[in-house]
Design a protein around this ligand. Structure first.
Ligand code: CTP
Ligand code: MG
Length: 177
């Protein structure tokens, strides 16, 4: 497999995770997942940025995007999984992993006394990515390699910056990160 094909397959593989990560910005809000509870250190467990609605909206978005990819790619030269169900399952696993990694990232940020909404490069960008890949690994091991993970880490860095600047310009986020 050449480098271009690896890059395109990696992007298609991770796409449900990107959608899971972005959807809560649009559809999140309401009851925070930690119900405003504080951890032993006196800080919030996750903070107001992690809501029940955002969590489930993220997973649903990933299932939807995964399933649509199945319709689009099944049987093509870029087919990732070879069966429609596997695309949906991969979407669910990527979405669950993304939201779990996002939560853990916020949990660690609060333990480090980083306020809700303040950036932390590793927690904001790498945590969700590695959790998404790890959760999806049981159905996607053939798509995961050192090269693909490194490529996705670099890609995520730039997509994250671009998406946040865009969300800020569109008035969806107060800060451009
Ligand atoms: N969001 C949500 N529910 C989630 C994740 C995100 O409602 N489970 C929404 C929130 O409105 C949040 C926005 O998406 O403010 C952006 O998400 P993120 O950058 O992950 O949260 P932050 O507000 O930056 O909080 P943190 O510092 O905990 O990362
Ligand atoms: Mg943030």
């Amino acid at each position: 497999m050449d480098l271009w094909e690896m890059a395109i397959r990696s992007l298609l593989f991770i796409l449900p995770s990107y959608f899971a990560n972005a959807t809560p910005v649009l559809l999140g809000g309401g009851q925070p997942l930690d119900a405003k509870r504080k951890f032993a250190d006196g800080e919030r467990v996750f903070g107001d940025g992690k809501t029940v609605r955002g969590f489930f909206a993220g997973i649903c978005a990933a299932v939807l995007v995964g399933s649509i990819e199945g319709l689009a790619l099944l049987g093509s030269w870029l087919d990732l999984y070879g069966s429609a169900q596997k695309y949906t399952i991969a979407g669910f696993l990527l979405g669950s992993g993304t939201m779990a990694g996002d939560l853990l990232g916020s949990f660690i940020k609060r333990r480090q006394k980083i306020p809700r909404g303040k950036p932390s490069w590793v927690m904001d960008q790498l945590m969700f990515l590695f959790f998404a890949i790890a959760f999806a690994y049981p159905v996607a091991s053939h798509l995961v390699s050192l090269e693909s993970v490194l490529f996705l880490a670099v890609l995520t860095y730039f997509v994250h910056i671009g998406a946040n600047v865009l969300a800020n310009r569109l008035g969806l986020k107060k800060v451009p990160w």
